[in-house]
Design a protein around this ligand. Structure first.
Ligand code: ZN
Length: 365
C-alpha cells in the first residue's frame, strides 16, 4: 500500500458566489471537503492522505497531512507532488473537494486499474446533445464521443511528477497534462452522484431541504355506509361516518402533507361546518393539496402509514390501497408503506366501533 490520496481544497470558488469557499461550506453538518476525506480514510486504501488548502484547517485528522495550496489548481497539485517526493509513493489519487459524494467503490475500481495502467481517470458521457462552436459555425458532436472527466484522477507518482516538472501550461485537471503530451489514459466509467459543486445552485440541489409532516385521523364505524380507505371502496359490513366519505387514510396523508409544507391542517381547507363539502370524496380533497405541493416545487420522498383497526385485515387490502394511493399521488408504489395495527380489543377501536390512521410524509424542495 504505497498510494496517496491528495484532496484539493485550495480553490477560490470564483463561480460559487458565496462568502465562504465552497470546500468549507457545511453539507450534512460538516464542511464539504470532509466528506471525501472521510471516504478516503474509510476506504483504508491509502498510505498517506494529503489535504491541500489555503485556509487554516484547525482540526487534526489522524494520518492526514495538511499543506498549503497554490494560486491555481495546478500549482496546488505541484505543491503536493513536491511534498510527496522521497516519500516512496507509488500512485497518487487527485480529488477535488467539491465532489463530496465520492464512493469507496469508485476508489477500488480506480486502484484496480492502476495495476495495469499508469493513468486512470473516471468519466461520464453527456446526457445532453453536444455542439461545438468553431470559427465557421456550430458542429454537432456525437454524445458518446464526449467525455466529462471526474476526479479522483489517478497516476503513477513518478510519471506525473516528471510531467508536472516540465509543464508550463495552465491546466484544469491532470488528464489534460497527459492528453497534451499524447500520453495514454485509461478512462473508466465514473459515477453520476460524484458530481462537482460549482455554483450555489448546485449546492442547493445537493442540500435540498427535507421536511416531515405527521397526520392522524379517526372516524366512527356505522352500518349502511360504504367503507373507503386509501381512495377505494373496501368490502366491509360498515363504513366510516364523517362529513366526507370518512377515508381516514387519505385524511391522515392530507394532514401529513400539509404539515410537511407547514400549511396548517385539513380543517382549515375543508371546514366541517361548510355545506359544500358534505359527502365529498376524499380523493377529491387531495387535489388542492397536490396543487400546493407542485406549486411550491415539492416532491414526495416517502409515506409511511399505520392503519389502526381490528378489521378489515390490512394484509388482505394492502396492495390494493398502496396501488390506489400511488395513482392518486402520482408517486411510485415503493415510496408508500402501509402497516396494520390492532389494539388488543381495547377501547372504541378494539370494539370495532372506529378506525384510526396515522401517516408520516416526507417531502423535498
Ligand atoms: Zn377524517
Amino acid at each position: 500500500m504505497r498510494d496517496c490520496f491528495i484532496l484539493l481544497c485550495a480553490g477560490k470558488s470564483k463561480r460559487f458566489k458565496s462568502k465562504i469557499n465552497k470546500q468549507f461550506i457545511k453539507y450534512k453538518n460538516r464542511p464539504l471537503f470532509e466528506h471525501s476525506l472521510q471516504t478516503a480514510l474509510d476506504s483504508k486504501l491509502f498510505k498517506k492522505i494529503l489535504v491541500v488548502s489555503n485556509r487554516k484547517i484547525k482540526k487534526n485528522y489522524k494520518n492526514v497531512d495538511i499543506i498549503k495550496g497554490g494560486k491555481e489548481r495546478h500549482n496546488s497539485t505541484k505543491n503536493a507532488l513536491i511534498y510527496l517526493k522521497n516519500k516512496k509513493i507509488r500512485n497518487v489519487f487527485i480529488h477535488d473537494a467539491a465532489r463530496p459524494n465520492l464512493s469507496i467503490n469508485l476508489l477500488k475500481k480506480l486502484k484496480n486499474q492502476l495495476k495495469k495502467n499508469s493513468a486512470v481517470v473516471p468519466y461520464l458521457n453527456s446526457e445532453n446533445s453536444v455542439k461545438l462552436k468553431i470559427n465557421t459555425g456550430i458542429k454537432n458532436l456525437k454524445r458518446d464521443k464526449v467525455l466529462f472527466t471526474q476526479t479522483p484522477q489517478c497516476f503513477n507518482f513518478e510519471e506525473l511528477f516528471n510531467l508536472y516538472k516540465i509543464n508550463k501550461e495552465k491546466i484544469t485537471d491532470e488528464a489534460s497534462l497527459y492528453i497534451n503530451r499524447n500520453k495514454k489514459i485509461k478512462f473508466i466509467l465514473g459515477e453520476k452522484k460524484n458530481f462537482k459543486i460549482t455554483t450555489l445552485d448546485d449546492f442547493k440541489i445537493l442540500n435540498s431541504d427535507k421536511y416531515y409532516g405527521i397526520g392522524f385521523d379517526i372516524h366512527r364505524l356505522i352500518k349502511n355506509k360504504n367503507l373507503y380507505l386509501g381512495g377505494i371502496k373496501i368490502p366491509f359490513h360498515s363504513g366510516l361516518k364523517g362529513h366526507s366519505d370518512g377515508d381516514v387514510i387519505l385524511h391522515a396523508i392530507i394532514d401529513g402533507l400539509l404539515g410537511a409544507m407547514r400549511k396548517n391542517d385539513i380543517g382549515s381547507l375543508y371546514p366541517s361546518n361548510t355545506k359544500k363539502f358534505k359527502n365529498i370524496r376524499s380523493k377529491n380533497m387531495l387535489l388542492p393539496v397536490l396543487e400546493t405541493l407542485n406549486y411550491n416545487n415539492f416532491t414526495i420522498n416517502n409515506i409511511d402509514i399505520n392503519l389502526i383497526c381490528e378489521e378489515p385485515k390490512v394484509s388482505k387490502i394492502r396492495n390494493k390501497i398502496i396501488n390506489s394511493i400511488s395513482n392518486l399521488l402520482s408517486i411510485n408504489k415503493n415510496l408508500i408503506n402501509l402497516k396494520g395495527k390492532t389494539v388488543e380489543k381495547l377501547g372504541i377501536i378494539g370494539k370495532e366501533k372506529a378506525i384510526a390512521c396515522e401517516a408520516i410524509c416526507s417531502i423535498s424542495k
